[in-house]
Ligand binder design. Structure first.
Ligand code: TYM
Length: 334
């Protein structure tokens, strides 16, 4: 709790370009949460180091992610939006929590298995302990809730296990966080293979819609999206392509599945794909306009970063000092 409000924490990696999966699964749901919660959102640049980055591009991407948060409607005066790497407590707490996490637990992480298969030439220790850094992010701010897409649920479970284990030994040090999964868009799938989640790192450019994609390209990609042969717009397990498009349309327009099925009753896939494309373009156009304006206003973004880095550092340090004391590290002589 902070100022009588529950604390909410989330963030995104500064790797690759954000997709509508990130937007509908996360960002879009975050925008109004600050009314109810004290919100912290990180640009997770330390996590991005688990994959080799080109330093210049990486810096630009982190900045772009910050601007996208703001362009999507997160007000930096009402939400603490900051760089993970600017708050040293993340790495410090992560080390301590590493010593309270079992290899058996980390071995079970499906994302580690997937990522090590994809980056077979660079299975580094950071990739393996990635969930511990994520636990540190969340626990540093005594977070009550963590809004994430379904793919991050396992990481949240391990965070809870680590927090409970630590509390079991040292008393109530950490708030044990709960997941917060948005109503729509919890899992947006690839447009080319609806059994795979839409990902920033997909090699097929037609599989993902990027937030900064050219808007004509967005329409084109939807036209090419895989469907099935029965030409009926109906939500069903055996129709993953169409169900995914219904999910996207629902996230973009706020309409329910039943309303969408009714709207497209008797219509063909061509019409439907066109409508989904246009609905997504209607979301992306204002977002891109705002983003382009923000990138020009360097001073404004810099002042937001500075102010929020300091705020995050203050809260993170409070928890870190408490943890250091509990585990018996000697206090600095001041
Ligand atoms: P990341 O950067 O992969 O994704 C950011 C957020 O977007 C959601 N997401 C999706 N939702 C629906 N459909 C999709 N296709 C899709 N793809 C991504 C993710 O669930 C996530 O909510 N490890 C995290 C970043 C992180 C973090 C944290 C999150 C680091 N520390 C602490 C919360 C709290 C990650 O890689 O997210």
């Amino acid at each position: 709790m902070l100022d009588g409000k529950k604390v909410l924490y989330s963030g995104m990696q500064a790797t690759g370009n954000l997709t509508i999966g990130n937007y509908f699964g996360a960002l879009q749901n975050w925008v109004t949460l600050n009314e109810e919660y004290e919100c912290f959102y990180g640009v997770m640049d330390l996590h991005s180091l688990t994959v080799r980055q080109n330093p210049t591009e990486f810096r630009q991407r982190a900045r772009s992610l910050y601007a996208l948060y703001v362009a999507a409607g997160l007000d930096p005066k009402k939400n603490c939006i900051y760089y993970q790497s600017h708050v040293s407590g993340h790495a410090e707490l992560s080390w301590i929590l590493n010593c309270f996490t079992y290899m058996g637990e980390l071995n079970r992480m499906t994302q580690f298995k997937d990522k090590s298969a994809r980056h077979a030439d660079n299975i580094n220790a950071g990739l393996y302990t990635y969930p511990v850094l994520m636990a540190a992010d969340i626990l540093l701010y005594q977070s009550d809730v963590v809004p994430v897409g379904a793919d991050q649920k396992q990481h949240l479970e391990i965070t809870r296990d680590i927090a409970e284990r630590f509390n079991g030994i040292y008393g109530d040090v950490f708030t044990v966080p709960e997941p917060y999964i948005g109503k729509t868009g919890a899992r947006i799938m690839s447009l080319q293979d609806a059994t795979k989640k839409m990902s920033k790192s997909d090699e097929n450019p037609n599989a993902s819609i990027y937030l900064l994609d050219d808007l004509d390209a967005v329409l084109r990609k939807f036209k090419r999206a895989v469907t099935d042969s029965d030409n009926e717009i109906r939500y069903a397990e055996e129709k993953p392509g169409i169900s995914n498009l219904i999910d996207i349309y629902s996230a973009a327009t706020g309409k329910t599945v039943a309303e969408i099925e009714k709207e497209f009753d008797g219509k063909g896939y061509g019409d439907f794909k066109m409508a989904v494309g246009e609905a997504v373009v209607d979301v992306l156009r204002p977002l891109q306009e705002r983003y382009n304006e923000l990138l020009k206003d360097k001073e404004y973004i810099n002042s937001c970063i500075k102010e929020n880095d300091e705020k995050a550092q203050y809260f993170a340090n409070k928890t870190l000092r408490k943890v250091q004391k509990k585990v018996g590290l000697t206090e600095k002589i001041r």
